[in-house]
Design a protein around this ligand. Structure first.
Ligand SMILES: C[S@@+](CC[C@H](N)C(=O)[O-])C[C@H]1O[C@@H](n2cnc3c(N)ncnc32)[C@H](O)[C@@H]1O
Length: 391
């Protein structure tokens, strides 16, 4: 049997549970996805990362993978996980598996959606918030005590009290809750809850309240550790004609963007020449506003933060007299492999005017950075030059 990756504290797993479930999964026929998933599909995204906690042989994890999500199946039973991987292979679906005792450990998030079906460990429901990205969704389905009216199993200790489910999820926002006899003949609680998305505020790096070490920590989290991260932040403060804008939420920095009014000599030299275009000629000597860096924490991506930063920086560039906007993005994935800037530029109305597959190789060579998406292989990211005219 192929070895599963294991959580750090997996050896402390409740051995009896592991053995009991290994035995059960060896002898049970695999079942189909819970029908309630179809009914809940309006709350389940079609892209992003999902985790099925205590997911057994993966009947529901495969439903999520089939829907387009990148799924991690977590369970204490290696036999269950092995069966799930086989079923995924048979159906041509990708599935990551992780052997984990969820009473002591959990997988690293953040996830866009977490599901827990037929597994009752109340402290896990308290902790699940930390596995979800802001705006992420929990789906929890568990039989209630009423199930005993028709079935002897599961026994009482695995059953929820009536109305208990919403009280177990801490400060997640309950989006949907019902308790009823299911299509499979069990009386169960069905709960959909969301991790709230706190309000995002924008603040300038020059604001005296900004903790520069926290900004350096944001960069490290997005781009990985680099020498002089902290020095870089100080250097930005000295940059001429620049605006460094930070996004703050939940008391922490979650995103950052630099905009610059570009001196003419920089326009073609820095942006035009790698792409082989004469930007000043192309735009009739317009005054350029450039976006030099966008960083948004992985957990905060796809929440519109990049869009908020872009809009605010647009306004700043226009107030400084820029008539044309300029920016560079990766075709797919950046140094961090996340690749949201392309979508951000397109959403903000920018057009691709030139591409260069070698641009980032040259940047890597100059700066000594490796493209995190491609390393250790040579970078194959395609760079795109965007223009928006007029701003
Ligand atoms: C009733 S099954 C539910 C499986 C799946 N969620 C479903 O609905 O088909 C309970 C699952 O919890 C897993 N489990 C039991 N104790 C666990 C623990 N401490 N950590 C992780 N998984 C555990 C078992 O291996 C089993 O796969």
């Amino acid at each position: 049997m192929q070895q599963d990756p294991v959580c750090a504290r997996y050896p402390r797993a409740v051995e009896s549970d592991k053995e009991r479930w290994d035995r059960k999964w060896r002898s049970r026929a695999p079942s189909e996805a819970a029908p309630v998933l179809d009914a809940l599909s309006e709350w389940i995204p079609t892209a992003g990362k999902a985790v099925d906690l205590a997911g057994g042989t993966g009947r529901n994890a495969l439903w999520l993978a089939d829907r387009g999500l990148e799924v991690t199946l977590v369970d204490v039973s290696p036999v269950g996980l092995e069966l799930a991987r086989k079923r995924a292979g048979d159906r041509g679906l990708d599935l990551d598996t992780l052997a984990c005792d969820l009473t002591v450990d959990e997988p690293p998030g953040p996830f866009d959606v977490a599901i827990i079906f037929n597994f009752l460990y109340r402290p896990l429901l308290q902790r699940v918030k930390s596995l979800l990205r802001p705006g992420g969704t929990l789906i929890f389905v568990q039989p209630t005590v009423h199930n005993l009216e028709r079935h002897a199993h599961p026994s009482r200790r695995f059953l929820l009290e009536s109305g208990e489910a919403p009280t177990l999820v801490g400060d997640l926002e309950v989006a949907h809750h019902r308790e009823e006899w299911s299509a499979e003949g069990r009386h169960e609680a069905v709960l959909v809850a969301r991790r709230p998305t706190p309000e995002v505020t924008l603040v300038s790096l020059a604001d005296p309240s900004v903790d520069k070490d926290a900004v350096a920590a944001l960069l490290t989290e997005v781009f990985g550790p680099r020498p002089n991260q902290r020095q870089l932040v100080d250097d930005w403060l000295g940059l001429e004609h620049s605006n460094v804008l930070l996004a703050r939420a939940d008391g922490a920095f979650v995103g950052l963007m630099i905009a610059r009014l570009l001196p003419e000599e920089e326009v073609n030299e820095k942006y035009g020449s790698p792409f082989g275009v004469d930007l000043l000629e192309m735009t009739g000597n317009a005054k350029f506003g450039g976006f030099q860096l966008l960083a948004v924490l992985p957990a905060w991506q796809r929440l519109g933060i990049a869009g908020d930063l872009t809009q605010a920086q647009h306004a700043w560039l226009i107030s400084g007299g820029a008539t044309v906007g300029l920016g560079v993005s990766w075709d797919h994935g950046g140094f961090s492999g996340m690749g949201s800037s392309k979508h951000m530029f397109e959403a903000a109305g920018f057009q691709v005017v030139a591409t260069d597959p070698e641009f980032y190789n040259r940047i890597n060579a100059e700066s000594g950075q490796d493209c995190r998406r491609c390393a250790p292989e040579p970078c194959t990211c395609n760079a795109l030059l965007f223009l928006k005219e007029p701003l």
